[in-house]
Design a binder for this molecule. Structure first.
Ligand code: GLU
Length: 304
């Protein structure tokens, strides 16, 4: 398959659809500075080949894409116990919603809404002593990019404007579902959200899911069954309140972030990352979804 030509083709097709209606996230002020015209895409195959086009080597704020990695590391280190503290159903609510938490007694619906990711970060902090560092180090190894780093400006901006996440964390803590101090959990949560990585880095780092749980060095991180479960939760909950639409259009497990990145996986074949900052009303990259839609339509790459 001519992956390089394919990337040019699907990015062109996405651009022809236009992205005038997208908006760069600005509720974290440091994110508002992203150039809306940047657009990159990379494919990594299980055979070890990497292809990229556009701004695919440019680091961006990975934001909620990091939640895929924090969940994975928590499952790898801590097993099934996590599922007593967080559910695995789509929320049907915005990613930062407080309302469900009260009726569901502080057990967040899934690990990818902010409330669930905060509980996952708390568990990873218990397991490793450094949740932010664990996600960063994992990404460095899997992407083969030792320079991958937290963007401290973004992390500070998130903390300064983090009233909503602080409210979620305190509310969860009031039900006894946080085991570390709220401030520490939020610091680690912002640290992994504020990691800066490129499409190439993330496509490489997502390959362990395409390899059914096997890391870049050949060691096993997740059992085959755990890898299947992460992919399942990505499919049903990975793209905010638009996971149904994403499955309909793209047909791959994937995780998006408000920095405009989306990482998607085709088990057994490879992973693909796309980045364009303008977001639709549900928080997903407009061009990113369009390019993945074009890619899976052109290739038949889909789990269905
Ligand atoms: N750090 C962001 C927040 O907590 C992540 C949001 C996202 O990418 O969904 O609001």
């Amino acid at each position: 398959m001519d992956y390089q030509g394919l990337l040019y083709e699907v990015m062109d097709e996405a651009l022809r659809g236009g992205h005038a209606h997208g908006r760069v996230a600005d509720y974290i002020p440091a994110l508002a500075e992203a150039d809306p015209a940047q657009f990159g895409m990379a494919i990594a195959t299980v055979d070890g080949e990497v292809y990229g086009a556009g701004d695919w080597e440019q680091p961006f704020s990975i934001q909620s894409v990091s939640k895929l990695f924090s969940l994975t590391l928590t499952m790898a280190e801590g097993g099934e116990g996590l599922w007593r503290r967080v559910g695995r159903e789509p929320s049907g609510n915005p990613y930062n919603s407080l309302v469900q938490l009260e009726s569901e007694h502080g057990i967040p619906r899934n690990p990818f809404i902010n409330a669930g990711a905060i509980v996952v970060t708390d568990r990873l902090l218990e397991l490793t002593g450094d949740a932010g560092g664990a996600v960063r180090d994992f990404l460095r190894v899997e992407s083969r990019n030792a320079a991958l780093e937290v963007d401290e400006t973004v992390a500070a901006s998130e903390a300064l404007h983090g009233n909503r996440n602080a409210a979620l964390a305190h509310f969860i803590a009031s039900y006894g579902n946080l085991h570390n101090p709220v401030d520490a959990v939020l610091r680690h949560y912002y640290a992994h959200c504020a990691l800066a990585a490129s499409c190439g880095d993330l496509a490489r780092a997502g390959l362990f899911l395409a390899r059914h749980g096997i890391r870049v060095d050949g060691s096993r991180l997740l059992t085959r069954s755990e890898a299947k479960r992460v992919n399942a939760v990505l499919l049903t909950c990975g793209t905010y309140d638009a996971a149904g639409q994403f499955a309909f259009r793209v047909g791959l497990p994937g995780k998006s972030g408000v920095g405009g990145g989306i990482l998607a996986v085709l088990p057994g074949r490879g992973s693909v990352c796309v980045w364009s900052p303008p977001l639709d009303a549900t928080g997903n990259s407009v061009l990113g979804v369009a390019a993945l839609d074009a890619l899976t339509t052109a290739t038949g790459w889909s789990i269905f």
